[in-house]
Structure formats: C-alpha cells, structure tokens
Design a binder for this molecule. Sequence first.
Ligand SMILES: [Zn+2]
Length: 376
Amino acid sequence: MLQLYDSLARKKKDFKPYDKNNVLLYVCGITPNNATHLGHAFTYVMFDTLIRFLKHQNYGVKYVQNATDVNDSNDVIQQAKETGKTWTEIAKFWTDHFHKQMTALNVGRPNEYLLASDFIEEIVSINETLIEKGFAYQKNGNVYFDISMFRDYGSLSKYAQEQMLMISLERGNDPRDPNKKNPLDFVLWISVQGEPNWKSPWGLGRPGWHIECSAMIKSALGDQIDIHGGGRDLIFPHHESERAQTESLTGKKPYVQFWMHAGMVMYEGEKMSKSLGNLVLLEDLLKQYSPSMIRWLLLSHHYRHPWEYDAEELLKCELRVTDLKNKLQQKDLGNWDIIEKLMEDDLNTPEVLRYMVESCAGKTLSRAYTLLGFKI
Ligand SMILES: [Zn+2]
C-alpha cells in the first residue's frame, strides 16, 4: 500500500484517492521572472517521480501546474520595466526557459499548464462570493480575507501567531496595514492604478497570489483534490491561506487530502533564493553534467529533507551513473518487490538508488532506471 506524508496530519497516510483512475494533483509553479535553479529542479523532479510511480501502480493522474505571471507583488512587472519589454513577454520568456530545463531533466509536462492572468474573472467571482458569505471584506479598493472567520488558520504550518506575523511582514503582507481588521488578514485583491490591472467591483486592481491558485484549482480540478504540492517555503502563507479561502468558499473539507512539500535546497549555508543571490542555475549545471547525473543527485536526497548542494557530491554521481550503465547489459540481478516497497514508503528514492548500486543489474536495473525517470 502506497503511503505518503501529509504535511497537515504530519504523518504518513495510506494513499486513497477519490478516483483511482483520475488522481487530482496540483503543484504550485514558478514566478516567471528568473532562471530555473536547483531548488526548482528538486521540487519538480520529485513530483515527476511521484507521477511516474503512481502511473506504474496503475493510477490515472491529472496533473495541473501554474505560472504566477501576475499577482499582488510586482516580480514580473518590475523586470518588464527594467528591460523595456512587456510583462507578458517576460513571463513567456521565463516559462519557455523553465519548460526547456525541465525537458532536459526528463520531467514530464503537466496535463494542463495554467497562467494566473487567464483566471481573473474566476478570481473576481470567488472574491464576491467570499464577501457575500462574510469571509472577506473590502476596504479602500482592496479585498482581504478575514482570518477570524477561519478558526483553523495556522494549523497547516503549525506556526505560532508571532511567527506568522514575522513571515507575513518579510513577505510583503504588512501586519500594520490600516485597512485590515486583523494583522494576519491577507490580500485577495489589491487596488493598483498602473498596468497591468483589471476591472473589478472594487475598482482597478490585481489579484492576490494565494487566491490565484485557489481559483485555478477550482476551475481545472474541482473543489477537493488528492494532492497539493510545492516547495516547503509555500506552506505559510501561501498554502495556509489557500486552504482557508477554498474551504470557506466551498464549505467542503478537506480541500486537499495530501499536502506534499519538498525540502529546501541550501547553498552556502542558506536556502537557495533569488533574493540572497546564492543560486545554482540548472542551465549552468547542464553545460557541465549529464541530466542523469543531476537527476541522480536530486533523487539521492529524500524529497522532504533539506540538503546542501555540493559540487563534489555531483561528481560522485557520475561514477554511479557510469557504473550502472555498464551493469544494464549484465545478467538480471535484484528484487523488484524491494524497489516497490521502498517507493511505497513515501518515495524513499535514496534507498532505491542505494539498492540499485549495491544489488541490481540487467532487467531489474533497467526497470528501476525507467521508473525513476533516467534516460538510458
Ligand atoms: Zn500556488
């Protein structure tokens, strides 16, 4: 029986989707203003590996991912201003770049790849309903979610109030905003005069980041889904807020059966991030190393655990990959059940790789290779 770790329950649970033939999976996508780095690769290779395993176990999967091409902050718009291009050109350039990098790593395309800017109408309509039902309010052209109406707020991240306040401030959701009823209320719609902006009952503006994913999931997958994924840094405020909005909107619980989060990739002692400038770009690695080596490095770390990138470790992967390629032609060796059991235990890819190196050859090895998405 497949068991996956659910971040909300904080434990591994038996995987029982609503419909085995149509597992509903959504993974939060990139903000298209930046080159794809190893942290992105870790998250998307992990979900690609999950999908490969689900399909291997005869599940049907509907996989939706998005790009946050527009939101209440101005990540993409700022770059458009700096370069003299339009924000849509910037978003297209970086989403194309992302797809190219993912293809190189043998990461399959989602069934649907959505742009947040295509869902403005749905977002406005959701906001209207949330206001009608008393879960949200408008003030000076902004719409906020009223967290006092969702008693469970904070139970996904399990952060204390002070911690949530601190992170909100860091991420640009100022707890001191005088329009708010509660310091942790978050934006569903923000009044913006400059382009791009859209008409709404509250004036010209742009949607908040969290409501975008709620709207895209509702449109593409429905009110309740099986798996919602992303990097660990999305738990709060993004997923915490998504959950509050959608469960308030639909009245159905749970919004998500399994919250799955990939650990952070560190470099030089800190989380790899654009703002810190400690990025290891995938395009640079791909110039020097084979995609299989990079994929091996990523899968040699369990998806939930944070780890630090080390070029030495990547070089060791080369030996492994070359050694195994030689063993592919040899006599069959290894027990497929062991591989399957390890994968069923919350995708224990590090142990699968170890088992492949130590005990597999021939047909079993090549099956394991294919299962984990390596190109032979
Ligand atoms: Zn999202």
